[in-house]
Design a protein around this ligand. Sequence first.
Ligand SMILES: C[S@@+](CC[C@H](N)C(=O)[O-])C[C@H]1O[C@@H](n2cnc3c(N)ncnc32)[C@H](O)[C@@H]1O
Length: 266
Amino acid sequence: MDADSARPHAGRMLDFYLGGTLHTAADRAAARRMLEVNPHLITSARVNRRFIDRSVRYLVGSRGITQFLDLGSGIPTRTPEYPNLHESAQAVDPACRVVYVDNDPAVRAYAAELLTSTPRGRAVYVEADVTDGAALYERPEITGVLDLTRPVALGMNALLHFFADDAQAHGLVEAFTGPLAAGSHLTLTHITRDWAPEVMDALVRLYREDVTDGGARSRAEIEALVGGLDVVSPGVVNPADWRPGPGDAPVPAEQVNLYALLARVT
Ligand SMILES: C[S@@+](CC[C@H](N)C(=O)[O-])C[C@H]1O[C@@H](n2cnc3c(N)ncnc32)[C@H](O)[C@@H]1O
């Protein structure tokens, strides 16, 4: 366990919501306080992960993408229902190459579990801060794994709501998608107050007090974040409604309180 395990950590709280085992007493206590405000958080976290699995499989299977850069990866999941990104990608094409990036030592502590690549593919973890922007693309751990002259799928899932400033969040999307080859894609999920404003306002307040800074965005604000990109059908939607598979039951938007999108870099 990392030295800072006395403080709740957003990534380990997510692990608690997903039914994992990588969380501390402080994480559980904070997560339970959040659940008192929004009992649907568990549903929301799970819908988010199911979206990641489906969108990654779609990117490999239908768009031919085999390289992934996952920003704000979070800690690994251990439940087969919510696979880690490289497991989803390599289940479709075992040659997929995946770079995970996070800035939290709590993630580093578990990163070895993210590195269970197939022999034909790669999965690596890089500790870095996304606010360093495109400088990340010069790091040898990334250039040694991803061919940036070919399309890459960039993941910014449940990340940008930690950047309440619109200019900064938009700047991150531009900085990371700008250098990518045409045909690259971005997946993004983001909390919203569009469907349950009072609950989400209370939740964001509590997260700010207990865990970390951040804020919700409306559909229009999220569309503006990806303004220069070509959003793929079905658009900016409740992630439960994003190309659901046969095992994905509908989940009401006021329980999910997230938007998801897949966009193409042109
Ligand atoms: C809620 S988790 C999301 C995990 C995963 N992407 C998902 O959607 O399930 C957000 C992650 O973003 C990471 N993060 C937040 N700010 C970051 C930054 N400035 N640089 C890198 N990672 C950051 C956190 O450490 C955390 O692990």
